[in-house]
Design a protein around this ligand. Structure first.
Ligand code: MG
Length: 452
């Protein structure tokens, strides 16, 4: 029986970020999502480069095991491209991206996964998480040091241990699954899963038949939760292509679509790949014949709302009565860079004209130059920490990373992240057997990167 996906994808920049570093793709035989990180430019280049490298697999017809090897080869070459670009352009040093890709071949699916984006299967009304996060907190859960429930709110939940950064050791997990008509496959960035409760996500996934409507409802839920991060959802329902008329126009969303709103898309896989590669390379495609990428329908509204909020805040601060608003900003903390040192800042990373809403409150002994490149670029953007205690905890983690990096360099080795579990001072015994994830294949590899 010829299978295909009936699919949809949607991405939104969210309510806080100024650019979308997620990239997503949905087509008849391929679903993919990448969440980029590393500086203002690096994250979207990383995610769109990797998604672009996969797109023309959607037009291939794979007979068997070559589907897996084709997918892995594409990912490896996209990863190598990230490394080359980061070497050639210093401003891109430290960029990286998560990736989940699901490629159909015959009646099977091959799923590749690296990072902390998540894939889910909805089958017979039951939801299974198909991927296991390559993250610091997942390591703690695996070791029984925190519960899955504690992981949800852990201050370092955005630290990932494995993503694509251009290093040859950045290898995804890969698993082959039997496709079944009626199955629903879903890929989501942490902009959804970190901010919308699992039960609520499950309700939408099982209670909404149409893939496009499912994406819209999930993205809307994240926006309603404040959407501090970019949010992307890709949904593919497995259908019998002879009986159901599956979706035919592939969808590209997020950074790969360059926030252009709705535009037509190339009709052949090769053209799609070429367009995406141009986009990833930052090329100007004005006047070309492309498009139809979908940016979340509320993105523009969200950005407008954000700026209106800032303007309102200015008004409130300037006109008096603003003390409460200002006081709120001064209860926030983030970790950034001051004079080359990792520094805890009090306030928020906004400026009201010449007025800064944050100030350094503690300069640590951790030199930013001692850290792995990806941490450096994350710190350059500032990493939100919530409370002062969480900021201090993040600095403690970075101190260990810096020490390990210095040691590696003294040994003439490349600087890599150390397992951040070294820094967890007080293990908390696991009290719950409820899994937050069911593993795919080989998880434990050397942690490699980021905060984001
Ligand atoms: Mg994210």
């Amino acid at each position: 029986m010829p299978f295909a996906f009936h699919y949809a994808a949607l991405s939104d920049v969210g309510m806080v970020r100024s650019n979308n570093q997620d990239s997503g793709y949905a087509g008849p035989h391929l679903l993919a999502m990448a969440d980029g990180m590393g500086g203002h430019a690096g994250g979207d280049i990383a995610s769109s480069t990797v998604v672009a490298a996969l797109v023309d697999l959607d037009g291939e017809s794979f007979g068997g095991s070559e589907a897996g090897s084709a997918l892995l080869e594409r990912i490896a070459s996209a990863n190598a491209e990230l490394g080359d670009r980061a070497t050639a352009e210093p401003s891109l040093a430290g960029m990286g991206t998560t990736l989940i890709a699901i490629l159909r071949f015959r009646d099977k699916l091959v799923l590749a996964h690296i990072g902390d984006s998540r894939a889910f299967l909805v089958r017979d009304g039951e939801i299974t998480q198909l991927t296991k996060d390559h993250s610091f907190v997942q390591t703690l859960v695996d070791e029984g040091r925190i519960t899955p429930e504690e992981a949800v709110h852990h201050p370092q939940r955005s630290l990932v241990t494995r993503v694509l950064t251009g290093q040859p050791t950045d290898e995804p997990d890969i698993v082959v699954r039997q496709a079944r008509v009626g199955d629903r496959y879903v890929i989501a960035s942490d902009g959804l899963t970190d901010f919308v409760a699992a039960d609520t996500i499950a309700e939408v996934l099982t209670g909404t038949a149409d893939p496009a409507e499912t994406c819209e409802r999930l993205v809307a839920l994240s926006l309603r939760a404040g959407a501090p991060d970019n949010v992307t959802v890709v949904v593919g329902d497995v259908v019998d292509a002879t009986k159901t008329h599956p979706s035919t126009v592939p969808q590209v969303v997020g950074a790969a679509a360059r926030e252009r709103g709705t535009r037509p898309i190339p009709t052949t896989p090769a053209a799609k790949a070429a367009q995406l590669a141009r986009t990833a390379a930052g090329g100007d495609d004005e006047g070309d014949d492309l498009t139809l990428a979908e940016e979340g329908p509320r993105s523009r509204g969200a950005r407008v709302a954000r700026w209106l909020g800032i303007v309102a805040l200015v008004a409130v601060v300037v006109v008096g009565g603003g003390y409460a608003a200002y006081r709120w900003t001064q209860q926030q903390f983030y970790v950034g860079i001051d004079n080359g040192q990792v520094t805890v800042f009090q306030g928020v990373q906004q400026k009201l004209g010449p007025l800064s809403l944050s100030q350094p409150v503690e300069t640590s002994d951790v030199a930013v130059s001692d850290l792995p490149a990806i941490y450096q670029s994350e710190l350059a953007d500032g990493t939100d920490a919530g409370s002062r205690a969480q900021a201090d905890s993040l600095v403690a983690t970075l101190r260990v990373q810096a020490a390990a990096c210095r040691y590696a360099r003294e040994q003439g080795q490349q600087c890599q992240s150390v397992p951040p579990t070294w820094t967890q001072p007080s293990p908390t015994p696991s009290t719950s057997g409820s899994p937050s994830a069911s593993p795919t294949t080989s998880p434990s590899s050397t942690p490699s990167t980021k905060a984001g």
